[in-house]
Design a protein around this ligand. Structure first.
Ligand code: SAH
Length: 389
């Protein structure tokens, strides 16, 4: 098998599974892009088997510490393991992320399950080349109604992959409804504007809703209104939700109807909305901020932090005494500490003191491998604005 000899002190010696091109000491053999290769250390000791893509900065990603082929049996074993982990998580409804890339030993493979419908993303070249095998393994284990490929993530560019979307197996389901913990959501995996729901946020919906009773809620960047729906269900006094995408709001309105709750939706840019909402008396008792990632690379982190600072500052000014701020950051390049520091800066500028009620992360069906920091991306905090005394 062709392969790579890795330089000493590379991240793979610290528990990571990636090899950057700058970490390659030398290559042996002539692997083709997408091939399975062997990884070795300086002393010719095997470190495992990886997938290879010279077009990517991440030239190799290890998927096994042994010698391993990528065949249907391999995928069946990995998917069965992923399933058995999700089964221990005891979800009430079969709506969850079945595989989360490296955290399930499948670099670049993300599979979301919506009951009998599966949505696959293959974000690495090698896995993309083998998506039929992955689909075959899914069919063997789950006998699904459909497998949909939603490879429209811009991340694929880094691997030299095109945008693709379509039906891999079964019959296209169109728009259908799933129910998670008693709340209905519309999903349209093939034609929807995104892959599906933000499954990573489902525990956080509940945590925020627990504080919503009797409060006037504002859900910023609501998308399909996960937070807003949960708050409305939990007897919020009123719920307002903002997003700048009309297709997202269409879905959100449908969700509000099917759950028979009242939510006031506004199509607006949250930055403008918050700026224009300044009032004598703060109009909200609970504000949720769940923006998209403001940065896709390290270079724009500073700008991203300025964006986070601005929305927090403005939100804090609209929040009543003892009001709740629930805030989330899904940017890979902004870590928990940077995010927290930014919120604290905003609070100082807003002359507010925040007490931290709880810290949050992605739901456990998106498991984190601490030695692979990229496997963690969602950070969240719930604060209370302390009354000044
Ligand atoms: N809270 C949502 C997920 C938010 S995703 C949930 O749990 O489902 C981010 C959302 O922000 C997207 O729906 C996108 O349309 C919206 N968005 C992006 N930029 C925006 C802006 N400047 N103003 C308002 N909405 C924006």
């Amino acid at each position: 098998m062709a392969g790579i000899v890795v330089k000493p002190r590379s991240r793979i010696f610290h528990g990571h599974d990636w090899v950057y091109s700058s970490e390659v000491h030398k290559m042996f053999g002539k692997p083709e892009p997408g091939d399975v290769i062997s990884i070795k250390d300086f002393k010719d000791r095997k470190l495992g088997t990886a997938i290879y893509n010279p077009e990517s900065q991440i030239i190799a990603r290890r998927f096994s510490r042994r010698t391993q082929k990528l065949d249907t049996d391999f995928f069946i074993r990995r998917l069965e393991r992923a399933l058995s982990l999700r089964e221990t998580m005891a979800f009430d409804d079969p709506v969850y992320r079945l595989t989360w890339s490296e955290s399930d030993g499948l670099p670049g493979v993300i599979i979301d399950r919506y009951g009998d419908h599966f949505v696959l993303q293959t974000l690495t070249l090698a896995m993309d080349q083998r998506k039929e095998l992955i689909a075959e393994a899914l069919v063997k284990i789950f006998s699904p109604a459909s497998i949909i490929e939603r490879n429209d993530s811009p991340i694929r560019k880094a691997e030299g992959l095109e945008i693709e979307k379509g039906l891999l197996y079964g019959e296209a389901p169109g728009r259908f409804q799933v129910t998670v913990k008693g709340i209905n959501f519309a999903v349209n995996p093939l034609d929807g504007h995104k892959t599906g729901l933000y499954l990573d946020q489902f525990d956080n919906y509940q945590a925020v809703a627990d504080l919503a009773k009797g409060r006037r809620v504002l859900d910023c960047f609501c998308n399909e209104a996960g937070f807003a729906l949960h708050c409305a269900r939990n007897e919020a006094q009123s719920v307002q939700a903002i997003d700048s995408s009309e297709p997202a709001l269409d879905c959100a309105r449908e969700n509000a109807d099917s759950n028979q709750v009242e939510i006031e939706f506004t199509n607006a840019n949250v930055f403008d909305f918050l700026k224009e909402s300044e009032a004598e008396t703060p109009p909200y008792d609970l504000i949720i901020l769940d923006p998209p990632s403001f940065t896709r690379n390290r270079k724009s982190v500073k700008d991203a932090l300025r964006g986070y600072k601005e929305i927090h500052l403005r939100a804090l000014k609209l929040l009543s005494k003892d009001g709740i701020l629930a805030t989330f950051c899904c940017s890979h390049h902004v870590n928990r500490k940077m995010f927290l520091d930014t919120i604290c800066d905003s609070a100082v500028d807003a002359k507010a003191t925040l007490r931290l009620l709880s810290s949050h992360s992605q739901r456990q069906d998106h498991p984190i491998v601490p030695t692979i920091p990229e496997s963690e991306y969602l950070k969240g905090f719930i604060f209370q604005k302390m009354a000044t005394w």
